[in-house]
Design a protein around this ligand. Structure first.
Ligand SMILES: NC(=O)c1ccc[n+]([C@@H]2O[C@H](COP(=O)([O-])OP(=O)(O)OC[C@H]3O[C@@H](n4cnc5c(N)ncnc54)[C@H](OP(=O)(O)O)[C@@H]3O)[C@@H](O)[C@H]2O)c1
Length: 333
């Protein structure tokens, strides 16, 4: 797969185009700021009751009503939450958006599973940064960026791909690398990785290691520190140097244990479980289940969260917070 970078994208990004960023949350704030710092003419669109209006105005943005912004924009960057996207597009964007405008999504979820039907006369693209908004902004300010995938889902003007690339350049992602995909591939990989590796997988791996040690009579505090606190050292090494590079930098004892025992931990049954999880992503079972829970008030999610918080590892984590966790930023949730 070709890796596209800034040198492959000619000229000033989105020159002469008016961009409206809808939503000023995690991605909306970061992308609006990066777009503006890249010289793009950008305004922010928020519903009247939005909690974010003050923050957007304080950052110097014109805050427009969503309908007005959709009517004015050449490029609509849709950074409202995925659950709200279908209704937002049907009620606010579709009745107002200009013929030939481009709709930019930051994730393919709403297109693949969220019931979104984009207006026919618009270009539709996905530009999905690989990381949270805070990091997207920090890396941009440091002169770098986050990689992103991008996809063209509807091209009525013949310019959709160019718009996706220019948008990705303006938010800093082309400084690192852009990967062309489809909304379906981007969404299915993203959901699978969250479920099997990044969130669902890694938390269960930590818990299973902790429980195994505690059941065998070892100190819960030391089990916590060894299985959880030290994880970022390994992740950082993998991130910086790859898996082989990490292995070159750990002790010979750790290396021998990794190579002779790892496959017994993540064995055939775990891989079978991963295949089932992937199938449920692809056939829509996961998305359908989640929507049903949300329609009924999110009780299943809340119950699962309560059960997780009551686990022994969480109790140890609370006791060791001062030693093992970052000092809490009073501004953060
Ligand atoms: N978070 C990530 O790490 C990440 C990474 C890559 C891509 N993405 C994608 O980026 C998009 C935005 O996600 P996010 O994490 O930035 O969401 P978020 O932090 O929850 O922010 C959502 C924004 O949407 C607004 N909003 C919510 N419901 C709305 C509605 N019905 N009408 C109008 N505005 C509404 C909220 O405004 P109020 O202030 O009014 O509540 C808020 O400003 C999603 O497609 C997500 O998948 C996220």
């Amino acid at each position: 797969m070709a890796i596209i970078t800034e040198k492959d994208i000619q000229g000033e990004p989105l020159c002469g185009k008016t961009v409206s960023v809808f939503g000023y949350g995690n991605q909306g704030e970061a992308q609006a700021l990066n777009l503006r710092d890249s010289g793009v003419q950008v305004s922010v669109a928020l519903r009247p009751e939005s909690r974010s209006s003050g923050r957007a105005r304080a950052a110097g943005f014109d805050v427009l009503s969503p309908g007005e912004a959709a009517a004015r924009a050449d490029v609509c960057s849709l950074l409202v939450s995925d659950e709200a996207m279908a209704g937002f597009i049907a009620e606010v964007v579709a009745p107002n958006v200009r013929e030939g405008a481009a709709l930019v999504f930051a994730h393919g979820y709403a297109l693949r599973f969220g019931g979104v039907t984009p207006p026919e006369g618009t270009d539709v693209v996905v530009v999905a940064p690989m990381g949270p908004g805070l990091r997207l902004r920090e890396r941009y300010e440091e002169g770098g960026g986050l990689p992103a995938s991008f996809a063209v889902e509807q091209d009525v003007t013949g310019e959709a791909r160019a718009i996706a690339l220019e948008y990705a350049k303006a938010i800093g992602c082309a400084r690192v690398g852009l990967f062309e995909t489809t909304a379906t591939e981007e969404t299915e990989i993203d959901l699978f990785a969250e479920q099997a590796v990044l969130c669902g997988g890694v938390t269960r791996l930590i818990e299973a290691g902790f429980d195994t040690l505690v059941e065998a009579g070892y100190s819960p505090e030391l089990a916590y520190l060894e299985c959880l606190y030290e994880l970022d050292l390994t992740v950082n090494l993998i991130r910086r140097f790859g898996i082989s590079g990490m292995r070159e930098r750990i002790s010979r004892i750790a290396l021998y244990g990794d190579l002779t025992r790892g496959d017994r931990v993540i064995g055939a049954d775990v891989r079978d479980g991963m295949r089932q999880v992937l199938n449920e992503v692809r056939d829509g079972t996961f998305a359908g289940e989640m929507v049903s829970d949300e329609i009924s008030g999110g009780a299943a999610l809340e119950d699962a969260l309560s059960r997780e918080r009551a686990k022994p590892i969480e109790e140890v984590g609370r006791r060791l917070a001062e030693v093992a966790h970052e000092p809490r930023d009073p501004e953060s949730p």
